[in-house]
Structures are given as structure tokens and as C-alpha cells.
Design a binder for this molecule. Structure first.
Ligand code: FES
Length: 120
């Protein structure tokens, strides 16, 4: 059985320029929005899989697509959500759509936590 996705308005398209990242709460969940170089928009869990530090406070390199967490320097490729260092971890990815002038994030209505945690 497929899970129902509920779409929430996150931000105006004009408020997330190419190369920008943004943290925000969407539908009660902490989300990291990313507008990648090349135009694709992604949404991931907003806090680090290591400890609950906001990823948007890390160091973001829009050219490589890699974000370095401000907590302990774990690195994530925001083109895919996978961990670069340490390998093996990943970020939960939400569905995203553009509807008119709004970027919308889809929250699965499955009653589960959309936060992947990872320990070394
Ligand atoms: S909290 Fe992100 S690397 Fe430790």
C-alpha cells in the first residue's frame, strides 16, 4: 500500500536562489532545502544524523555540492543525500515539487520519524 504524501508550502521560488540552502520547519518537521547548481531543488532532514545540529549552520560549497556539518565536520553530498565522510550514512530525503510560485515539500503521512540517525 502506498503512503499518502501531504504537500506543504515551504517557501516562494524567489526566496531560494540557485546555490542557496535554507533550514525551515515544514509540517512540523525540520527540513533542509537546497537549490543545487543546475537548478534541481532537494529537501532533506534538517538535522545531522550524528547529533541534532542544524545542517544549514554548516559550511556549504555549492560547486561541489558538499555540506560540512558544523558539529563535527561530517560531510554530505546534497546532490544525493549520501554521506561522503563517514561513508555509509545518509540524509532522509523528502519529495519536492514546484507549484506555481511555491516550493512544496511532501511529508509522508506514515506516522514514522523522517530523521535518519547514524552512529560510528
Ligand atoms: S553533529 Fe553533525 S557531525 Fe556531529
Amino acid at each position: 500500500m502506498s503512503v499518502e504524501i501531504r504537500w506543504f508550502d515551504a517557501v516562494e521560488v524567489d526566496d531560494l536562489w540557485e546555490g542557496d540552502i535554507l533550514d525551515l520547519e515544514v509540517g512540523g518537521e525540520q527540513v533542509l532545502l537546497v537549490h543545487l547548481s543546475g537548478g534541481e531543488i532537494k529537501a532533506f532532514q534538517g538535522v545531522c544524523p550524528h547529533q541534532e545540529i542544524l545542517l544549514a549552520n554548516g559550511k556549504w560549497d555549492e560547486d561541489s555540492g558538499v555540506l560540512v556539518c558544523g558539529g563535527h565536520n561530517w560531510e554530505f553530498d546534497l546532490r544525493t543525500g549520501t554521506g561522503v565522510n563517514p561513508a555509509g550514512c545518509r540524509l532522509y530525503e523528502y519529495p519536492v515539487q514546484v507549484n506555481g510560485d511555491k516550493i512544496q515539500v511532501g511529508i509522508p503521512q506514515d506516522g514514522k520519524s523522517h530523521y535518519i540517525r547514524f552512529s560510528l
